[in-house]
Write a protein that binds this ligand. Structure first.
Ligand code: ZN
Length: 493
């Protein structure tokens, strides 16, 4: 509607157009001071000054003959007009270069995501390269990065289905109702063993592993996620019996694929037995003799080639041995799982080099760190966080980082907790479990404030990446402001 055919007739000679233009700019919600700023800086800028001249006197016939500084506006020339000394693109103010970073910061007041910030910008302002500038700003904003969303999943790398029974097993330590258990699942037959541990020490775990291997033989590989399976003693034990412990990255049990399921089954079995007051070993015997989902054979039938006699009555004929070959079936199931998983795995595989700046997910926040080296397991890296010991993480919990550490990262702001989130006492946002440094000398501590107005960040609306600004009442309660009075996107100085 506002586009004008270029060149011949300057717009001020067209009373109808003048009226339309006034309709547009009349309601631009900016103060006179800002308008003055924009007018002054527009006049100072060679490109926009040229645009104004072209608007009044007509654009040149080709892009090449336009002033180089005005060429970025060439494509838009039919939609640009001048009003009150400002260049307007349709209904957006064209911001001169000297004011762009200031406006960008205003656009980012609420630390919203890229799409929302771009959408907000599209409602109000324009300059060539605005979208890229928004992307760069957000990529370098430590606050947004700290509270960034989780990575998308990467395509699944399934474990190879083993040829033999008890060739590869997955082991896990469970803590149920204050008792520790070792759960071991055979990756081919899904036979599950659960051993109660006297303690969560390497010695206790080794003892339990031994008793399982006395019965079933020694596996070639033991997949194990957690402590103390990854301890030196357990690794030595495995080596001495001709086996190997392979750990997937801590906090990413999914990379162990098959292990997760057996562990969950063991957990539920233990909890339900506890609640029903029955012996978990009775339940375990029934589980091992129950057909697996998607198959009509039980772990016992696969592992021992026979049904075991249990408390459930069964014809004697059924207890006679029969070898079952499940490898092809398992491979088909695994393929199906991979296809299903990969449909939602939108993240391309990422790779890191030693020395790369990264952020590592710890609890609900992304902490700054540096990649030390690659770990032998797929998608696994050793990372040195800004504070604390080197940790091992899967790429799911790592992102490349372009930000600089802020005062919170450096420990110059002492965080305190509200609703499970750590919050700083200034206006920054802080959710930093386990990172309060103890190696920074003379850290100035900020006392816990009793009556501050603290700006908190997102405590809800996780899915959309939206944020709401909350305040803390003088009694420490979190208060969400009325959205009617809260427009964090307003472009005002
Ligand atoms: Zn931000």
């Amino acid at each position: 509607m506002l586009s004008r055919q270029c060149i011949e007739t300057p717009v001020q000679d067209d009373p109808e157009m003048v009226e339309i233009v006034h309709e547009v700019t009349k309601y631009v919600p900016i103060s006179d001071a800002i308008k003055q700023d924009i007018m002054t800086e527009t006049e100072k800028d060679i490109g926009l000054k040229a645009v104004k001249n072209y608007y009044n006197q007509g654009w040149p016939n080709s892009r090449e003959t336009a002033l180089p500084e005005a060429r970025p506006y060439w494509q838009l020339r039919n939609d640009l007009f001048v009003e009150n000394g400002m260049v307007i693109l349709e209904d957006r103010i064209v911001i001169p270069p000297s004011l762009r970073s200031k406006v960008l910061n205003k656009l980012h007041t609420a630390h919203l995501g890229i799409d929302k910030t771009k959408a907000r910008a599209r409602q109000a302002v324009y300059w060539p390269g605005l979208s890229n500038d928004i992307v760069t700003l957000l990529e370098t904003c430590r606050i947004c990065e700290r509270h960034g969303s989780k990575n998308f999943k990467e395509p699944l790398i399934p474990h190879e289905v083993p040829e033999l029974r008890f060739q590869k097993v997955s082991a896990d330590i469970l803590d149920i109702g204050g008792n520790n258990y070792l759960a071991v699942e055979d990756n081919l037959s899904k036979w599950l063993e659960i051993k109660k541990l006297s303690s969560k020490t390497s010695g206790a775990v080794i003892g339990a592993l031994k008793s399982i291997f006395y019965t079933h033989g020694i596996p070639e590989i033991i997949y194990g996620d957690n402590n103390p399976l990854d301890s030196f003693a357990c690794n030595e034990f495995a080596k001495n019996i001709g086996s190997k412990i392979v750990t997937s990255s801590p906090e990413y049990p999914r990379s162990n694929g098959l292990a997760e399921k057996g562990v969950n089954i063991a957990k539920k079995l233990l909890i339900k037995s506890k609640e029903s007051g029955t012996n978990y070993l009775d339940a375990l015997r029934e589980y091992n003799n129950t057909p697996l989902s998607g198959m009509d054979v039980s772990p016992a039938q696969i592992l021992m080639s026979r049904m075991c006699r249990t408390l459930v009555p069964v014809l004697k004929e059924k207890l006679k041995p029969k070898v079952v070959n499940v490898k092809p079936v398992l491979e088909r199931i695994q393929e199906r799982v991979k296809i299903q998983h990969d449909r939602h795995a939108r993240r391309r595989p990422v790779y890191f080099n030693p020395g790369d700046n990264v952020v590592v997910r710890r609890g609900k926040i992304w902490q700054k760190g540096v990649v030390e080296r690659k770990h032998g397991a797929a998608r696994s890296y050793y990372v040195k966080p800004l504070h604390g010991r080197t940790i091992r993480r899967n790429t799911f919990d790592l992102k490349k980082s372009k930000t600089k550490a802020d005062n919170l990262d450096k420990g110059f702001i002492e965080p305190y907790e509200i609703d499970g989130y750590l919050v700083s006492s200034d206006t920054q946002v802080n959710i930093v479990p386990n990172v309060v440094p103890n190696n920074v000398p003379n850290v100035p501590t900020v006392p816990k404030l009793r009556e501050p107005v603290v700006v908190l960040e997102r405590l809800s609306l996780k899915r959309t990446g939206d944020q709401i600004l909350n305040t803390q009442s003088k009694h420490g309660r979190i208060v969400k402001p009325n959205p009617k009075y809260c427009n964090p996107n307003m472009i005002t100085y």
